[in-house]
Design a protein around this ligand. Sequence first.
Ligand SMILES: [Fe+2]
Length: 182
Amino acid sequence: MIDLRDLLEHRLGVMLLTERAIERTLAKLRRDASDEGLANAFERHLDETRAHVANVEDALRRLGRMTPVRLADPAVMRFRLEHASFADAAEAASFAGAAGHQETNAYEGLIALAEGVGAREVLGLMAQNLAYERAILEQVNLIVRRLAAQRGAEDLELALQDGLRRSEPQRSPQAQGQGAAR
Ligand SMILES: [Fe+2]
């Protein structure tokens, strides 16, 4: 049977690598962000992520050891890999949102487990991280909506122009027909 305190330490170790991976990715995203609102959100998230790393390290210390974990959360690692192929700010923001959901879920799980095993010494730190993750997620989701709508409007405009161009030959026989009828 798994010792649930060991499991808590293991998950905290995974969270630590995940936060560090996010820290590296955010630094790149901030550098590449073409949208100012998004760049600011990444900047803020980067600062906060450094605080999250410190909180998780502190939590591990309070539990008595730094668990050697080699794998960060797979979903977040996927996020890092996909970052290389982001075409624009809307894509970068949506992936940041996805990572934020992942982190929020992870902290909720950590808090439940810590409560369950009576690890009160880490609850405050985890609650701090969770509260921040929720706040930044809300902010990122707003940016995702704005950028996606903006891109949607641009796509629609392009599609309309394209549609108009394509409909030219289709309209012309009609126009010719009308012309012939006159
Ligand atoms: Fe975080």
